[in-house]
Design a protein around this ligand. Structure first.
Ligand SMILES: [Zn+2]
Length: 449
């Protein structure tokens, strides 16, 4: 057969890598394969020797000793808070919030602050392998704009609280502005909108019930901090006579649309309620450890069949947005906490940061694995370094060694966003300069540099 008898299909991109970790099927590592991409979607994943016979790409990447995997999904964060990184450390949650974070937010948070903080966080996420970020903060419209501008896919969780803040006066206004945002981004492949009631202790029954109703009617996810500390549970028992998860269940909020962030200090009844509703848990191990909030019982949740995604939480309580580090922490803390070294394997941790994140947002048909028909959100990690030698199992190297700093490329919707470890969609020098300016304003000091 001649080439003329079998013309190769023209496509946008082919990426060759020595190891491809598609996430689905589970526990799979493909050696010497390549991924074909066209119009933002994955067309095929095939042995390297076959792909060139079928497709002719405008751009071909030959990555060599690299691992290609789905872009990571950070299922919970507060991007603008990166401007508070390292400002208040080594404090328990309530002191940290009441004495440091909330007063500083009140003084400094503005649209400009949020824009600059978002740019700093999104640059950090893109350069460390995150291609999708779920965010909850004031001025969610600004996060949506910056997310589009820098090319990261996002779930924007608009906040709802009982008390007034710089973004809205009362629950009705928070919800009204959030639904406006939902209208603005209807049909967007980049920006997805969700309800973000801050926590059961900052939102009263009536707005929570309204959110439950609207979420079902409009098919919008609900993202909330839930069971972050023991104190929250004790306060709820005192005020409402029930634990927060039971209270949300009674208000109609426990459903497959619910993304419950933290989920520490769970008892059997809490787990039964989460499972019955098919709600999702967003695990933030480093934030929980740093604020000494408690442990999310991931092994028990996994055994119960509850979907567990992974988040970094904000930079003020982590203090980085490195999901590779978070995967390692998730695996380590599960083992330490359960006394079972087999708890949360390297593949389990990788699923938490990819397909499980996609499932928690109802986007598993489009995201979270390298499969034909899904959006082409991919990252490449160089394994040809002293940090990762020798390679017996690339997934082990990705999770248990220093990986984020070895990122060379990321593609979102087939578009190359990070290339040779450089960010294509923003000027990082300018981002660093603005972050230093905010530090100087916040500390009322002349520049330290
Ligand atoms: Zn949070």
């Amino acid at each position: 057969m001649t080439a003329q008898d079998n013309p190769r299909s023209p496509i946008d991109t082919i990426i060759h890598a020595n190891w491809i970790i598609p996430v689905i099927p589970r526990n799979t590592v493909l050696k010497y394969h390549a991924v074909a991409i066209d119009r933002g979607e994955i067309k095929a994943i095939l042995p390297a020797s076959e792909i060139d016979q079928l497709f002719e790409a405008r751009k071909v990447y030959r990555l060599g000793e690299q691992a290609l995997l789905p872009g990571l999904i950070n299922s919970h964060g507060h991007a603008a808070m990166s401007l508070f990184r390292g400002m208040a450390d080594d404090l328990p949650l309530q002191n940290w919030l009441n004495d440091h974070i909330w007063p500083t937010e009140q003084q400094w948070v503005s649209e400009e602050f949020v824009r600059d903080g978002n740019e700093l966080s999104i640059a950090e996420m893109l350069l460390s392998g995150t291609t999708f970020s779920s965010d909850m903060y004031f001025f969610p419209d600004v996060f949506a704009q910056v997310s589009q501008q820098m090319g990261i896919r996002s779930q924007v969780c608009f906040p709802v609280m009982d008390f007034p803040t710089i973004w809205a006066r009362d629950p009705d206004e928070y919800i009204h502005k959030g639904l406006q945002l939902q209208d603005d981004y209807r049909g967007s492949k980049i920006v997805n909108i969700a309800f973000g009631p801050h926590a059961p202790y900052t939102v009263s029954d009536a707005p929570l019930q309204r959110i439950a109703m609207l979420s079902e009617e409009l098919e919008i996810p609900v993202h909330t901090h839930l069971h972050e500390t023991r104190q929250e549970i004790q306060d709820s028992l005192k005020q409402y006579g029930k634990r927060p998860i039971k209270r949300l269940a009674d208000l109609g909020l426990l459903s497959p649309a619910l993304q419950a962030v933290h989920a520490t200090h769970l008892n059997e009844e809490d787990i039964r309620l989460l499972k019955k509703a098919n709600a999702h848990v967003i695990h933030c191990p480093e934030s929980n450890m740093k604020l000494a909030s408690g442990f999310c019982p991931t092994l028990t949740l996994q055994e119960a069949g509850i979907n567990i995604a992974l988040g970094t939480d904000g930079c003020a309580s982590n203090n980085d947005l490195d999901l590779f580090g978070e995967m390692r922490s998730a695996a380590m803390v599960a083992k330490a906490n359960s006394g079972n070294a087999a708890a949360i394997t390297d593949h389990d941790a990788l699923e938490m940061a990819t397909i499980n994140g996609a499932k928690s947002m109802g986007l598993e048909d489009k995201l979270g694995s390298i499969e034909p028909g899904k959006w082409a959100d991919l990252i490449a990690i160089n394994l040809d370094t002293v940090f990762q030698q020798p390679i017996y199992n690339p997934v082990s190297q990705l999770i248990y060694t220093n990986s984020a700093s070895q990122l060379t490329h990321s593609w979102i919707g087939g578009k190359v966003i990070v290339e040779d470890s450089r960010l294509n969609t923003a000027d990082t020098t300018e981002i660093i300069h603005k972050a230093k300016q905010w530090r100087d304003k916040i500390t009322h000091k002349e520049s330290l540099d």
